[in-house]
Ligand binder design. Structure first.
Ligand SMILES: [Mg+2]
Length: 435
C-alpha cells in the first residue's frame, strides 16, 4: 500500500519536552521492593514475558495509582530527532485528551444553558464528581488501559484490552483516584458480558483458578469471542478512549492498520456501526495528524475519499451518518445546531466543529467543547486527541499540563507507544520482506 502522507522531514519541532519532563533524560528508577515482587509474579505469567526485552511489567500493576508507578523509559534509538518529533505529537494527543477530560469533569452532564451562565475558563475541581483540579475520568483511564495493553502485548490484543478495562472497573487500575467512579452503561454491560464469558470459558477449558483467566496464553485467548457488546450500541464510549490505537500504528507507511484496529478496538464494548465507524474515521485523522498532515487538509471534505482510495478503509465504506461528518457537515453548522451528546455521531461532530473553529488554539478549542455542555469531558477529550496530535505538546498550555494528574506517567506511556509502535512496524516490514 502506498502512503499518501509522510512524516515531515524538515519540521521544526522544538526539542524542549525534556524541559517539561526532565525524567525523559533520567536513568531508570527501579521499583520499590514491594512492587518488584509483583513484577516477578506477573512477568512469569503474562504472555508478553515470552517476547523479547524490553518489557514493561509496571503496566500490569493493579494496586498502584498511575502517579505512583515507578517506570523505566524506553531504550533510545539512533534517530533521537525523529523520536522527539514523533513524541511531540503522540504526547500531545495523550495529554491533550487528559486536559479535555479534566477541564470538563466538574461540569459533566450540565446543560448548555448552565455553561452559558457559568462558562468554564480554567482547570477546576469539585462539581459533578468532586475531583481535584487536573484529575481525569473514565475517558483517560480507559485510554491508558488501551495504551498499556498495546505496549505490553506489543500489538493489538482485544482479550487483554477487556481484561484491563475490567481491572479499571473492579480494581481502579489506571484511575486518577484509585477506583472507578463513572462507568458508562454500554461499557458496563459489555464488561458484565465479558466476565460472564470468562466464567463459561473457565468451565469449558477446565481452568481451576479464575484469576488465571486474566493471563491467558495467546492460543487460548484467540478462542475467546471478545465482541461483548450488544447490537446497535452507538454511544461515544469507544471514541473517547481511541487515540492509543492510531498513535501505536502511526509509524506504518499506511493508515490501514490504524483504521482497522480502531474499528476492532471499538467493537469489544460498542458494537454499533456508527460507533465503530466514528472510531475508524477519527483514527485516520489522528494518524494523518501525527504524520504531519496540515490541519487544512485534515478538514478537507475530500480527506475521507482520498483515504478510501488509498485503501485505508479496505472495501468497507463508513456509515452514511459518519460520511456526512467526514464530508464537512459541521463546517456548515452554527453552535446551536451542534449537540455535544452521548452518541458517537454527536460527539464526533462536536469535536470536529470545535477543531474547525479554534483559530489554531488548543485552549480556545478545548474550552469551546466544554462550554457546549452535556457530555463536556468526553467531547473535550475527543477534541484533545486530534488537536493535541495536530498541534503537538509544545503548543498546549503548559500551566494546564502541569496540573494534570500523573502527567509524568502519561508522558512516559506516550514514549512507550512511540517505541513499541516503531518495533512493531520494523517487525512487520521484516515479515513482509521475508515472504
Ligand atoms: Mg468521562
Amino acid at each position: 500500500m502506498v502512503s499518501i502522507f509522510s512524516l515531515p522531514s524538515n519540521a521544526s519541532v522544538a526539542l524542549k519536552s525534556t524541559q517539561i519532563y526532565p525524567h525523559l533524560n533520567n536513568h531508570t528508577t527501579f521499583p520499590q521492593q514491594h512492587d518488584r515482587r509483583q513484577y516477578d509474579t506477573l512477568q512469569s505469567t503474562n504472555p508478553s514475558s515470552r517476547s523479547e526485552s524490553p518489557s514493561t511489567p509496571w503496566l500490569n500493576l493493579t494496586d498502584v495509582r498511575p502517579a505512583d508507578i515507578q517506570y523505566e523509559k524506553p531504550p533510545s534509538s539512533n534517530n533521537p530527532e525523529n523520536d522527539m518529533r514523533l513524541f511531540d505529537k503522540i504526547h500531545g494527543s495523550m495529554i491533550g485528551m487528559a486536559i479535555g477530560d479534566a477541564l470538563g469533569a466538574h461540569v459533566e452532564f450540565r446543560p448548555r444553558a448552565y455553561l452559558e451562565q457559568n462558562p468554564v475558563s480554567d482547570m477546576q475541581g469539585g462539581g459533578t464528581w468532586g475531583l481535584k483540579a487536573g484529575q481525569w475520568t473514565d475517558d483517560t483511564s480507559m485510554a491508558l488501559c488501551l495504551a498499556a495493553s498495546l505496549i505490553v502485548n506489543k500489538n493489538f490484543n482485544s482479550y487483554d484490552q477487556l481484561v484491563r478495562y475490567k481491572w479499571w472497573w473492579r480494581k481502579g487500575y489506571m484511575s486518577s483516584i484509585g477506583k472507578c467512579f463513572d462507568i458508562g452503561n454500554a461499557t458496563k454491560a459489555s464488561l458484565d458480558e465479558f466476565v460472564n464469558r470468562q466464567h463459561k470459558f473457565c468451565e469449558l477449558y477446565k481452568i481451576k483458578d479464575f484469576k488465571e483467566l486474566d493471563q491467558l496464553s495467546d492460543d487460548l485467548s484467540s478462542k475467546f469471542d471478545t465482541n461483548c457488546s450488544r447490537d446497535n450500541v452507538d454511544s461515544n464510549g469507544a471514541l473517547m478512549r481511541l487515540t492509543p490505537i492510531p498513535l501505536f500504528y502511526c509509524q506504518s507507511e499506511s493508515g490501514t492498520y490504524a483504521v482497522h484496529f480502531a474499528g476492532e478496538s471499538a467493537r469489544v464494548t460498542h458494537g454499533g456501526q456508527k460507533a465503530i465507524d466514528a472510531c475508524r474515521f477519527y483514527a485516520a485523522l489522528i494518524y494523518a495528524a501525527v504524520r504531519g498532515k496540515p490541519k487544512k487538509e485534515l478538514l478537507d471534505p475530500q480527506f475521507y475519499k482520498q483515504c478510501f482510495q488509498a485503501g485505508w478503509f479496505g472495501q468497507k465504506q463508513l456509515h452514511p451518518d459518519i460520511v456526512q461528518i467526514a464530508e464537512g457537515s459541521y463546517q456548515k453548522k452554527n453552535r446551536p445546531e451542534i449537540k455535544a451528546g452521548a452518541m458517537a455521531v454527536e460527539a464526533l461532530e462536536a469535536a470536529l466543529w470545535a477543531f474547525f473553529h479554534d483559530n489554531n488554539s488548543f485552549q480556545v478549542g478545548v474550552l469551546s467543547c466544554v462550554n457546549l455542555g452535556d457530555d463536556t469531558d468526553t467531547v473535550a477529550a475527543i477534541y484533545g486527541q486530534l488537536a493535541g496530535a495536530c498541534y503537538g505538546v509544545e503548543k498546549l498550555p503548559l500551566n494546564w499540563i502541569q496540573q494534570i494528574y500523573a502527567k509524568n506517567f502519561i508522558a512516559n506511556i506516550s514514549d512507550w507507544l512511540r517505541f513499541e509502535g516503531a518495533q512493531w512496524w520494523e517487525k512487520k516490514k521484516n515479515m513482509r520482506g521475508s515472504t
